[in-house]
Write a protein that binds this ligand. Sequence first.
Ligand SMILES: NC(=O)c1ccc[n+]([C@@H]2O[C@H](COP(=O)([O-])OP(=O)(O)OC[C@H]3O[C@@H](n4cnc5c(N)ncnc54)[C@H](O)[C@@H]3O)[C@@H](O)[C@H]2O)c1
Length: 427
Amino acid sequence: MKVTVIGLGKIGLPLAINFARNGATVTGLDQQEDVVRQINSGTEPFPGERDLLFRLKECIANSSLIASTNVEECLSSAEVIVICIPLIVDSDGNPNFENIDRLVNEIGKNMSKGALICFETTLPVGTTRSRFTVDLEAASRFKVGKDFFVVFSPERVLTGRVFEDLQKYPKLVGGVTNECTSKGVEFYTKVLTFDIRSDLSRPNGVWAMRNSESAEFAKVAETTYRDVNIGLANEFAVYASSLNIDIMEVIFASNSQPYSHIHRPGISVGGHCIPVYPKFYTWKNSESQIVTAARARNLDMPFRAVKQIKEEFGDLKELKVGVLGITYRAGVKESAFSGALDLLRYLQNEGVQVFGLDPFYNESEILSFGFLGVANLDELDGVIIHTDHPEFKAIDFESFKNLRFIYDGRRSLTELNDSKILKYLTF
Ligand SMILES: NC(=O)c1ccc[n+]([C@@H]2O[C@H](COP(=O)([O-])OP(=O)(O)OC[C@H]3O[C@@H](n4cnc5c(N)ncnc54)[C@H](O)[C@@H]3O)[C@@H](O)[C@H]2O)c1
């Protein structure tokens, strides 16, 4: 079976390799020539994906995978086309369809009769049918469900463990018509394998969904659930802080019975997924109340931290403050929608001299974000822990003579609550 995977990024490349290892002849299409060159020479174009390198080398060696930038060739020869490029969003998280629309138009113009088109890019509900299928029909003059087939099938994996997650979680497939769903299920059943799981309501495998909207919503819903849960935890934490309550003690206690699954509170929710997909849900949705409120709560946390510091110290002008941790979470080099950048902005507005520190970024990268430089703890008046990188745990904050406060945005250094030297603040 000839499969073309479009977008050989952190998700698309392992996916393409997985298909190739399960018997498909895969062409990977990417617009970046250097990415294509690296893949064809058996070099991984990005670090950190477990088992990627040796599996890539194996597929290149036995020619089950080849990468290309040739759009027409990749599209016209494919029986199945899998789209795995990101939907671009603006700084507010609103989608910009320009790039993906252009690609869909190319697919429409070049696909062969009988092709199955699978959208794996996370999308606002309804996009597969109302936008892309309409465009595909217009560009191809084919009829969906008869001349070609369209499904939505979300990526439910985490970077770093894509191969593992592809086996672990059911593959959801929802078509624009019932024929489309059947074609989609048939395809994914051939090219994926699954772990046996006794905890699911159905056997693990490819799960047909009622339609493409249901599959789109399943992905948006699972990410939005996490955002709302974190928003609730943050709200509880804010409430508890005014009442001499240790919020983590309360959360651990609540979570000891099965109906409660309260997340950890935190100063920010960043990355490409959790802060963005709830916006897909609220986009053009006037019924949303809870999701909108949770998003606002999570977005407010960095602002609130600066406000608390101001309440404690008054005028912050000329203070030297270090933001510790710029990545949106520990362990990944990703700054998209990171609250550290909001902290930077809010502190700058108060006239603070802001420095950054992160084990994943060198000095020039830290400067490029807009920080004054790498934080030297000897010279700082205060620090804000934004990311709980394990490296920060090892720092003896009380030994820095000028340091007057620490704002613990992750509640990872709660032992400093009793410090006689530093003012310990948290939400
Ligand atoms: N990264 C994650 O943790 C994650 C998790 C679940 C789902 N997803 C979803 O998977 C999708 C892909 O994300 P990713 O992290 O792999 O992105 P990525 O940025 O790592 O890779 C995207 C690739 O697509 C290529 N590309 C972009 N436009 C193209 C075009 N028009 N034609 C050809 N190639 C093009 C880029 O050159 C790049 O190599 C997104 O929709 C994302 O929502 C990502």
